[in-house]
Design a protein around this ligand. Structure first.
Ligand code: ADP
Length: 689
């Protein structure tokens, strides 16, 4: 804005004002921007601190809960003197872990126990060697069946007299007797004497010895039940027996008998799988829900299979001495995604196995307390392996820490999901600051602009005033000086004849007229400047305006060197105008046409009407106006060629007055000119109604 003001030397003082104004605008703006920046940074920092504090607290809380949870899990696998199978169904039902090993305080493994460990004297009896020879070597099933039967009968006979035979061991004990009966049944079945085989096998399968404390006997009874199931499965007449035998087999799985003895784990697992197979194949058993202690048999089987796979590796609790108790650690196994947890109590040592999936599920709640739309968490184990969360986080964690005492060196990290959430969280406040700041800056700039404009206007007015005074003084002085010289000459009597006196007086009159015109123009301009030119608008005939203007210049134009033509039709539509003001406009234009024409003047005033408007055109064949000056000739005090204008008695106000008047009438004034060929000024006014 200061650029637009062409300050001359007089307005040097305004440079100061403008500079001060610029400082007054720029300085607070810069300060405000700086404060805004600081406030925004501060806001971001405060919000980050709040979020970090909140999540640190939450992490602490979640860590305590995780500790409690893992302590509960440890207690759950603790042995309570009951048979391990009683705990197993419970552990599997609660889904706390994926496999378990239990040891007594001496280090002996209580679960899973293998048949080789449970029944070290369980081999076949020598007494039955001849029958075995016949069955498996000679394949004489009939002979073998007979032999087995004899052994069984003799064993039964002996046993009846067992009480009398104190101190003398019977040739066949319970196991031998059961082996003989099973052998007999087996051979009968081979001979397709299935009914007989079933009859013999039933004696073993439902023997009251099942409630005793002998693991070997228990295994044989279970085996007999399995054989029975195989033989009776597809035979309708044995429907009841099939049911009974199947229930009997299920009753032996994953639970101890009344004497507190259970099948060894490997045998138990084998029988359980067989039971599932048979149930799957038999239409009669298919509808049975295979559950033990409310837990699906399938889950128990999977659990036991995993436990058995682990049993070889940790035969005694001493194999686990290196493990820190109650700490979840990765198990170095082929499958890396497996963890172990050792728990020691007064009565037992338990080692639980957790798959990565189980650990993730166990951590679900822990993770859930952080994971939101905006925040995601990442957990790594003590070996740095990823458990949950993104592989490669895009940002740095804003909170990180350990997970709890039971998961040593495990680590949780919290990230913002998308971009900087802090930015979003702080966004609202920042937006308020930014808008307020922007508003204040805009207000400062606006007030600066208004002030600068006012100052600019003042400077411009001042310059105008100075120009005006200079021009007025000069323009008034010229005619006054020539009049004084003429009057002095006449007064002093320096004239030749009366004709010269008349000439001088005419000259004086001409200068006087010029002076009056000048003063008229100055007064109009002055009124215009003060905006006090009040126009008296009324419907007026354009022809009257044109005739009056032609009349006004008539005397001046009435000379041989000047050809003045008018084309004024009488049927023109009226215009709403102040006739005197319009005459002034036309006289100014005609005057200029005269002034800026050379010796041979040809001036035309033409009035036409077209498309609801009336046009007054003043043409001359004068000097014309240079192209670059065309736009500026309507400005105050502008003169295209000062020397020419001076000679032509102008002061640069005529056209600006004309435009002011035409603007007030809602019309337009245009000029077309060719330097050296003449100009045409066209005034257009809207026709009335
Ligand atoms: P002035 O009193 O100097 O004539 P005007 O405002 O009437 O002031 O005109 C401004 C300038 O426009 C003149 O000084 C002159 O240079 C130019 N001008 C106006 N009318 C004509 C014309 N008919 N022919 C050539 N130049 C013109």
């Amino acid at each position: 804005m200061p650029k637009r003001l062409k300050l001359n030397a007089d307005s040097g003082q305004y440079r100061w004002v403008v500079s001060l104004l610029a400082v007054a605008v720029v300085l607070p703006t810069v300060c405000l921007l700086w404060f805004m920046n600081e406030a925004i940074d501060n806001e971001r920092f405060v919000i980050r601190q709040k979020l970090v504090l909140f999540h640190t607290d939450q992490l602490e809380k979640a860590r305590r809960e995780a500790d409690d949870d893992w302590a509960r899990r440890c207690r759950r696998i603790e042995d309570d003197e009951a048979h391990p199978y009683r705990r197993l169904a419970e552990i599997v039902a609660q889904g706390g872990c994926d496999a378990v090993l239990m040891y007594d305080p001496s280090g002996r493994r209580l679960y899973p126990v293998l048949s080789t460990e449970a029944d070290r004297t369980g081999g076949p009896s020598d007494v039955l060697a001849d029958a075995w020879q016949l069955e498996f070597v000679d394949r004489d099933y009939a002979g073998a069946a007979e032999r087995y039967e004899q052994h069984a009968l003799s064993a039964s006979g002996y046993r009846r007299r067992l009480a009398e035979w104190v101190g003398k061991a019977p040739p066949l004990d319970d196991r031998g007797l059961l082996d003989a009966l099973i052998g007999q049944a087996r051979c009968l079945a081979r001979l397709d004497r299935t009914a007989e085989a079933i009859g013999v096998c039933r004696q073993v399968a439902f023997s009251p010895l099942a409630d005793g404390a002998d693991v070997g006997v228990l295994s044989r009874i279970a085996n007999a039940r399995l054989l029975l199931l195989g033989w009776t499965r597809d035979r309708r007449q044995y429907g009841e027996l099939l049911d009974e035998t199947f229930s009997g087999l299920l009753d032996m799985l994953y639970q101890p008998n009344p004497a507190g003895v259970a099948l060894p784990a490997d045998q138990n697992l084998f029988l359980a799988r067989k039971a599932m197979d048979i149930a799957g194949q038999s239409p009669q058993l298919q509808s049975r829900r295979l559950r033990i202690g409310g837990v699906p048999l399938e889950r128990l089987v999977e659990f036991e299979a995993r436990s058995l796979a682990l049993a070889d590796r940790f035969a005694a609790s001493s194999d686990l001495d290196a493990w820190e108790p109650d700490r979840l650690q990765p198990l170095e196994a082929a499958d890396n995604d497996v963890y172990g947890l050792l728990h020691r109590s007064e009565r037992s040592v338990c080692f639980a196995l957790f798959s990565g999936q189980t650990v993730r599920a166990a951590l679900g709640e822990f993770i859930g307390s952080f994971q939101t739309d905006a925040i995601e968490c990442r957990i790594t184990d003590d070996a740095g392996r990823l458990i949950v969360g993104p592989d490669e986080p895009r940002t740095e964690p804003f909170v990180a820490g350990p997970i709890g005492a039971h998961l040593p060196n495990w680590r949780i990290e919290l990230f913002f999901r998308e971009g900087d959430v802090l930015e979003r969280a702080a966004g609202e406040r920042i937006a308020i600051y930014t808008w307020t700041g922007t508003l204040v800056i805009v207000l400062i700039l606006l007030s600066g602009a208004v002030a600068a404009r006012a100052i600019g206007k003042q400077v411009k007015l001042n310059r105008l005033k100075n120009d005006f005074i200079a021009t007025v003084t000069h323009e008034l002085k010229t005619p006054l000086a020539s009049m004084r010289v003429l009057v002095d000459t006449l007064l002093e009597g320096h004239y030749r004849d009366p004709q010269q006196v008349t000439d001088y007086l005419q000259l004086i009159s001409k200068e006087n007229g010029r002076l009056s015109r000048l003063i008229d123009n100055f007064l109009t301009f002055s009124r215009m400047e003060r905006n006090k030119q009040a126009f008296r608008m009324r419907p007026t005939s354009p022809a009257v305006i044109a005739h009056n203007a032609a009349e006004a210049v008539h005397t001046k134009f009435d000379r041989p060197s000047c050809r003045f033509e008018t084309e004024i039709p009488e049927d023109l539509p009226d215009v709403t105008a102040d006739p005197d003001a319009m005459v002034t406009v036309l006289v100014n234009l005609l005057d200029n046409a005269y002034k800026y024409s050379r010796d041979e003047k040809h001036i035309v005033l033409r009035v036409t009407s077209e498309n609801g408007s009336v046009r007054f055109a003043v043409s001359d064949h004068g000097v014309g106006i240079p192209r670059r000056a065309l736009k500026r000739i309507f400005k105050r005090f502008y003169q295209a060629d000062r020397t020419l204008s001076r000679r032509a008695e102008g002061c640069g106000l005529g056209l600006s007055i004309a435009r002011f008047i035409i603007d007030a009438h809602g019309g337009t004034i245009r000029v077309e000119s060719r330097p050296g060929h003449g100009s045409t000024f066209t005034v257009t006014l809207p026709a009335k109604g």
